[in-house]
Design a protein around this ligand. Structure first.
Ligand code: FES
Length: 123
């Protein structure tokens, strides 16, 4: 039985490409975490859609091919620093076989938004 591995090229904040691999069905967040956290502060809320530190820019083709973001993801993305056309939250991106070789860009800046909601500043 062949294991379905997907290779992802992560362009880190310093612009350096980092290759990492994960299994089909895994989230991009998991892939980055399993690579020993090469991106500082990435995935602070552990995939609970509360921080936006997992924000990434995807290639346009991949963005369009991917499942639509949920309302919850869109709400969080709206608050993300440096929001762009092909922004997604890595904790919501699930690896598919066709993503093999995909280049994912980490934004230059990010913010951990946890706590905003508690302070009532979110709205
Ligand atoms: Fe916090 Fe994705 S890991 S929103």
């Amino acid at each position: 039985l062949k294991m379905r591995w997907v290779n992802i090229c992560l362009l880190n904040r310093d612009g350096k490409p980092l290759w990492m691999s994960g299994r089909v069905g895994e989230t991009l967040l998991n892939v980055v975490m399993n690579a020993n956290g090469p991106v500082e502060g990435y995935g602070a809320c552990e995939g609970t859609l509360a921080c936006t530190t997992c924000h990434v820019y995807l290639p346009t083709e991949a963005y369009e091919r991917m499942c639509q973001p949920t309302e919850d993801e869109l709400d969080m993305l709206d608050l993300a620093v440096g929001l762009a056309e092909t922004s997604r939250l890595g904790c919501q991106v699930v690896l598919k076989p066709w993503m093999d070789g995909m280049r994912v860009q980490v934004p230059k800046h990010t913010a951990d938004l946890r706590g905003l909601a508690d302070d009532g500043k979110m709205e």
